[in-house]
Design a protein around this ligand. Sequence first.
Ligand code: SAM
Length: 246
Amino acid sequence: THFGFRDVPLGDKQTLVNDVFHSVASRYDLMNDLMSGGLHRVWKDIMITALDPPRGDRRFALLDVAGGTGDISFRAAKAAGPGFHATVCDINSGMLEVGRERAAKRHLKTQVDFVEGNAEALAFADRSFDAYTIAFGIRNVPRIDLALAEAYRVLKPGSRFLCLEFSTVEMPGLDRLYDLFSFKVIPPLGRMITGDAESYQYLVESIRKFPRPNAFADMIRNAGFARVNWQILSGGIVALHSGWRL
Ligand code: SAM
């Protein structure tokens, strides 16, 4: 096929992913709005509602993995009280740099930290966070089971794992429209804005390869999480998975 990313070995996948996000970092937030028609804002808000960070002084430490330019953490900080703190962890320094600038602009530098790191091997102590979020990130991680095990390890007992990710559109009618949009609109739009259609080709392919909601829920359970469930958003374009470390 003409799709370059399909058969890359596991070790090289992370390199490709890194190239993708380095090349789009400065335009990343604009692209999100354009490509989702602003819908990513709605999906992210639904995640924040599920997270439900405390509004008072109670200390609450969020770990936002693959947090990129900080969207989830900023939204959570806005919804939360003064006891809230977020650590954005991402493997890509370019994304983190954009995030730091955004934090400064929003006067959130003390509430939101940016740390370089790999979801598969987190540099945080066991049982150190009150919540773990990963939005549109886990699909990019080569070994998802390792990332889930790490999520479980760093969470305090009684705290929550939340994952927002593109899913599978199975609604008749919408599925064909979505295919058309994915293959005919996204890559050219990506080329127009970032000069890089390949990165967006990768995006579309990685979405297709990601497990169905029930299969992904099994993976979350296998990592040790309890009360695992999920919510389908926008006809299956996105799913929000939830689990608890008890
Ligand atoms: N969560 C942000 C949001 O919703 O706007 C950013 C999502 S962005 C689509 C995906 C992010 O995953 C990129 O910033 C990328 O660098 C990061 N990423 C990819 N592989 C990773 C890994 N192994 N560990 C941590 N972050 C990773």
